[in-house]
Design a protein around this ligand. Structure first.
Ligand code: NAD
Length: 514
């Protein structure tokens, strides 16, 4: 592997150049990616393009670091202090990281602040705190009085790989890397080729905070090559993946080779149910927030809006009026509501769905095109779009669009709303709007989704698990049990009798504290 350099310091063709971070060293590659600002198409940075050899080198470094015990043998309180220090270092760079986060994926600064800094810092601190009180060893009862004592140890799994997408690149990297590190594992992160900057900057701060060489590695590379290698690698013991459902299935197939632990956070088609007694003004705001946040590029977005026939016309009128006021434009302007889509391919995909929706007979009530005029000469824009008269069999109601496209479906009874909401291969998120908590809870209890928000959306707290039902995923991230997902259990039994010869021919050992 060629020259080692310091990320972001080296400039090539007038833009910062990011090598990968492998075995504690900034590691270059023969080819590179160009990171483009989706709002202006200006070059934000260049980044090394990782290949198979880099994936293998990162896994080998992580494996060596795991075997050496340099991290897993460190006292948990010390590891927690290192993670807290890394969080403080990120926080100290809040302004710079917010802007970089915006420029690498088009998120408005109002979103980039929370997702590039606020959440990474808070969640890192949360995992550090979880580590402080985590029971790595839980002694059990004596087995048959005085026959044997038992204890259950939770030990790090080994090399954990995380593969993350471009929509919330640093936040999602942290959901994987930090609980893995807290539990004492070593980590190889594969960032999306379009958005590598945040995670590479985080690796820099982890190293500066004292994470030893080889314990955190960040590689770039095409998913089909580098991502697939990590999913199949025999020395990777756990893979945590966030991305689309089709890729998640590939990852799971590849992970079967050595029966890796697998966590999958996949796509969604969130049903947002407005009940007939909802506060309409609040639910209109909520419907827009649920669907349009990050221009719809969120797995948990509420993209199917279910309206009762009794409220439909009034609601739609107010929704259209409010959507017309949304400010699309420069993500760095704090007044902007919606930024661009990540790239031209995503714009074409979204426009394709808008065409499909019309062909399927849905009524295009607002938007549907590419905005024009000053500020939109470059970049990958799609107008906030509203479809009415959508039925749940249409592609725009079944498939994940990942753009600013909201589909309105009608229903008559709460039970019918639940039926429509659950009629989806996805089950990541759902929401209910009502003035009655009792009525909203009755509906929430029937929904097949990993997260259900009542009179709200997108609320993700580290104290609660996040993940999907059905084809939205497998396993959970965050929550009070987050470290369990990064440990292996080991039962240790200690004989207390000193008379093992009595057991050698079938003496039944204690089955509990009898
Ligand atoms: P994607 O699946 O194409 O890519 C995600 C990551 O996987 C990237 O790093 C990519 O390089 C890598 N990858 C691609 N092919 C691979 C392969 N064969 N093996 C291993 N890795 C591979 O997803 P995307 O379209 O870039 O991201 C958007 C998707 O992510 C949406 O479907 C969205 O719903 C989902 N998402 C889910 C969550 C969640 O928590 N459930 C959160 C954010 C995004």
């Amino acid at each position: 592997m060629s020259a080692s350099t310091r990320a972001g310091i080296d400039h090539r063709d007038g833009a910062p150049y990011y090598p990968m971070f492998i075995d504690g060293a900034w590691t270059d590659a023969a080819e590179h990616y160009t990171i483009v600002d989706p709002a202006t198409e200006a070059v934000v940075a260049r980044a090394a393009k990782g290949r198979l050899a880099h994936a293998d080198a990162a896994v080998a470094a992580a494996e060596r670091a795991h075997e050496s015990g340099v991290w897993r043998s460190m006292a948990p309180l010390e590891r927690a202090a290192v993670l807290d220090d890394a969080a403080a270092r990120l926080e100290a760079r809040a302004e710079e990281l917010t802007e970089l986060g915006s420029r690498e994926n088009g998120a408005t600064v109002r979103l980039s602040g929370p997702f590039s800094v606020g959440q990474p810092v808070a969640f890192t601190r949360y995992f550090a705190n979880l580590l402080r009180s985590y029971q790595f060893e839980r002694p059990g009862p004596l087995m048959g009085p005085l026959l044997a004592a038992g204890t259950v140890r939770r030990e790090p799994i080994g090399v954990c790989a995380g593969i993350v997408p471009w929509n919330f690149p640093l936040a999602l990297a942290i959901w994987k890397a930090v609980p893995a590190l807290a539990a004492g594992n070593t980590v190889v992160l594969k960032v999306d080729e379009k958005t590598p900057i945040g995670a590479l900057e985080f690796a820099r701060e982890l190293a500066a905070a004292g994470v030893p060489e080889g314990v955190i590695n960040v590689v770039t590379g095409d998913g089909e090559e580098v991502g697939a290698r990590l999913a199949a690698h025999p020395d990777v013991r756990k893979i945590a993946f966030t991305g689309c459902t089709a890729t998640g299935k590939e990852v799971m197939r590849a992970a079967a080779g050595n029966l890796k632990h697998v966590t999958l956070e996949l796509g969604g088609k969130g049903a947002n149910i407005v009940l007939a007694d909802a506060d309409v003004a609040m639910a209109v705001e909520g419907a827009i927030w649920a669907c349009m946040m990050h221009s719809g590029q969120a797995c948990e977005a509420g993209t199917r809006l279910l309206l009762p026939n009794s409220l439909h016309d009034e609601f739609v009128e107010r929704l259209i009026a409010r959507m017309r006021t949304l400010r699309l434009g420069n993500p760095l302007d704090p007044a902007t509501d919606l930024g661009p889509l990540i790239n031209a391919a995503q714009r074409e995909r979204v426009l394709g769905y808008i065409e499909t929706g019309q062909k399927e007979g849905a009524k295009l009530a607002l938007g549907g095109g590419i905005p024009s005029g000053p500020g939109f000469e470059k970049g990958f824009w799609v107008e906030p779009t509203l479809f009415l008269d959508v039925t749940n069999d249409m592609a725009i109601a079944r498939e994940e669009i990942f753009g600013p496209v909201l589909s309105v479906l009608r229903y008559d009874s709460d039970a019918e709303a639940v039926k429509i909401a659950n009629d989806s291969e996805y089950g990541l998120s759902a929401g209910v709007w009502s003035r009655s908590n009792e009525r909203a809870l009755a509906v929430a209890n029937e929904l097949e989704a990993g997260s259900v928000w009542i009179n709200d959306w997108h609320n993700m707290s580290p104290f609660y698990p996040f993940g999907g039902w059905k084809q939205s995923g497998l396993g959970r991230e965050l929550g009070p049990d987050a470290l369990d997902a990064y440990t292996e259990e080991k039962f240790i039994s200690i004989d207390l009798t000193g008379r093992v010869e009595n057991r050698a021919f079938g003496l039944v050992l204690g089955t509990g504290p009898n």
